[in-house]
Write a protein that binds this ligand. Structure first.
Ligand SMILES: *Cc1c(COP(=O)(O)O)cnc(C)c1O
Length: 356
């Protein structure tokens, strides 16, 4: 394994004083991880250096053609002072899946987890301790060849930055209102939907902006071909409980395979519940709502963990789910996942990785 050179900052920043006002993505720690790729040399020069600006040629390819991938996970401070990561191997495996799709050279997954651990250790004083807070970890890779011709890059940078983030639900688990998007699509099979890459987010901004303007938190994406089958909700995977059956759209190429999604499925099955990964149309959901069989709906993702859906608006139709309250399954998943992540519940699945 490569050595990671370490250069510590001589000018540590003041940490945010009020942990109840961290929000998401507002603060960054004192250090960052960097590593370069140059064709012929491979990934090299792994280093942890003071957090700061990165200088790029204006022709750097990532700025023009979006050849970049990213990941998102968290470090949690346990009550005993330990630091835990949640399934970081899954994030790094997914990063290589994204890399493959975007012609980005493969990274060594184990080494990348080691880099995360070392960086988190160095900035461990930045991990907030208030209930529900954590340190968000953002690994990303981008193409830097100074070249405005379109081709897969020969020079790239792998960077990891850290951001202390607040509790997602400072006032408790709050159901959100979701707008079923019928105009825009996020991704199609054969495109990049399964990869975690900025382009998918660029494609989603307009719909998100319009939903926001009419009072909805997120959009529910339908498939890009028939505009019929449910894919994801905003930047989360989505689950519906219909007549006792837990249903989530199958991963078929246009949906991002969430680590939280995977963990929800494993937990639900361990509780003896039926979880089906299949095609689910918006008509089927509407019909279930009409018949009183739509028990619960929720999104899943690293940032919010579980985001209960209280209302779905599809054209002129409004579906109120579980009286706009949190469902039993949503609450149980949230409690168990966060319990394991913060080390408050036994980790029977072997999901957590100790940084220290
Ligand atoms: C990251 C992401 C998710 C959730 O993945 P997790 O690994 O659970 O955080 C879902 N959908 C999209 C589009 C994403 O980018």
């Amino acid at each position: 394994m490569q050595e990671i050179r370490i250069e510590r900052t001589t000018a540590p920043k003041a940490k945010p004083a009020d942990q109840s006002k961290l929000g998401f993505g507002n603060y960054y720690t004192d250090h960052m991880f960097l590593m370069n790729y140059d064709k012929g040399e491979g990934w090299h020069d792994a280093r942890i250096v003071p957090y700061g600006n990165i200088s790029l040629d204006p022709a750097a390819m990532c700025l023009h053609y979006g050849q970049e991938v990213f990941e998102g996970l968290k470090a949690y401070r346990a009550d005993d002072g330990g630091i835990l990561l949640f399934r970081p191997d899954r994030n790094m495996a997914r990063m290589n899946l994204s890399n493959e799709r975007l012609c980005i050279p493969e990274i060594d997954e184990e080494f990348a987890v080691e880099a995360i651990k070392q960086l988190v250790s160095i900035d461990e004083d930045w991990i907030p301790t208030a209930e529900g807070t954590s340190l968000y970890i953002r690994p990303f890779i981008f193409a830097v060849d100074p070249h405005v011709g379109v081709h897969p890059a020969h020079h790239l940078i792998f960077c990891i930055i850290l951001s202390p983030v607040g509790a997602y639900y400072p006032e408790g688990l709050n159901p959100v209102k979701i707008y079923v998007e019928q105009n825009y699509v996020r991704a199609v099979k054969g495109g990049m939907g399964f990869a975690k890459t900025g382009g998918n987010y660029a494609a989603s901004l307009k719909a998100q902006d319009e939903a926001d303007a009419v009072g909805y938190t997120q959009v529910l994406w339908l498939d890009g071909v028939e505009r019929k089958y449910i894919e994801e909700v905003g930047t989360m995977n989505v689950f519906f409980v219909i007549d006792g059956e837990v249903i989530t759209p199958a991963l078929q190429g246009s949906i991002l395979g969430g680590v939280t999604r995977m963990s929800c499925i494993e937990l639900l099955r361990s509780w003896g519940l039926t979880v089906t990964e299949r095609k689910l149309s918006i008509e089927e959901v509407a019909k279930a709502a009409d018949e009183g069989k739509l028990n619960e709906a929720f999104g899943s993702g690293t940032a919010a963990v579980i985001s209960p859906i209280g209302e779905l608006k599809w054209g002129d139709k409004k579906m109120i789910i579980n009286n706009g309250e949190i469902g039993e399954i949503s609450q149980k998943l949230y409690d168990n996942l966060t319990g394991i992540q913060w080390g408050k519940l036994p980790d029977t699945f072997g999901w957590t990785v100790k940084v220290k």
